[in-house]
Write a protein that binds this ligand. Structure first.
Ligand code: 13P
Length: 255
């Protein structure tokens, strides 16, 4: 397995944190610390901070992402944001199907697929999140579950469009809990996802797709996780809100 065939991507998921002015402040702190990164660096900020993030990252090696989008282009969907709206403000990435969206806001594999389609149609790169609950891990169905989540989300996605898909394996029990998957557990699930991609799109596509790990990744455990053959980056929550911690993870990914 040759990791050099694919991009390593470190993305911060800021979740519901930081006002627009705080966004500018944090990005200005992060920028000099990651300017020599040998990986792609992304910050996924709240909708209200996108404009500030786009301005603060201009001319830097940091790209901006959003944390969700609706599947329709426009219409009577109070409180929602379309992929086209994100594209026009300069957003490059969008997280789709995060477990917090699935758990608290009713996202399902089917709506995740619809959002993915809309994001791809708008020209965005999707960070597609999959992952199991603790009960499912204990039941021994993690690999099957992430495979089916991946298959449903990618229904209708072409080989060409797959180049704008990153998959983030995020075991729900590891998110925000301080309990990280072991490097072996992370690699095994990422490998199951890669096999799923191979069955759908062939070996070259499977070798080329970036699969991140997310769930309590931090400055101390990043190097071990990122050294695994199937882990091509991280989707970072809590630690992405501290410039030095986030930069340390970017450093670990750049080695
Ligand atoms: P934590 O890094 O805070 O566990 O969050 C992970 C996550 O949900 C990233 O999307």
């Amino acid at each position: 397995m040759n990791k050099s065939l694919r991009k390593t991507v470190i993305a911060g998921n800021w979740k519901m944190n930081k006002t627009p002015s705080q966004t500018t402040e944090l990005i200005n702190e992060i920028k000099p610390l990651v300017s020599n990164a040998d990986c792609d660096v992304v910050v996924c900020v709240p909708f209200t901070g996108l404009q500030a993030a786009i301005e603060a990252t201009r001319g830097s090696n940091i790209s901006v992402g959003a944390q969700n989008c609706h599947w329709e282009k426009s219409g009577a969907f109070t409180g929602e944001i379309s992929a086209e709206m994100l594209k026009e403000v300069g957003v490059k990435y969008v997280i789709i199907g995060h477990s917090e969206r699935r758990t608290y806001f009713g996202d399902t594999d089917v709506t995740v697929a619809k959002r993915t389609r809309a994001a791809l149609d708008a020209g965005l790169t999707v960070i597609l999140c999959v992952g199991e609950y603790l009960e499912q891990r204990e039941q021994g169905i993690t690999n099957e579950l992430v495979a089916i989540q991946t298959k449903i989300a990618l229904q209708g996605v072409t080989q060409e469009e797959l180049k704008r898909i990153i998959i983030a394996y995020e075991p729900v029990w590891a998110i925000g809990t301080g309990r990280t998957a072991t490097a072996r557990q992370a690699d095994e699930a990422c490998s199951a996802i890669r096999s799923t991609i191979e069955s759908l799109y062939g070996k070259a596509a499977a070798d080329g797709i970036t699969i991140q790990y997310g769930g309590s990744m931090n400055a101390a455990n990043a190097a071990e996780l990122l050294a695994m053959p199937n882990v091509d980056g991280g989707l970072i929550g809590g630690a992405s809100l501290k410039a030095r911690d986030f930069a340390a993870i970017v450093d670990a990914a750049s080695k």
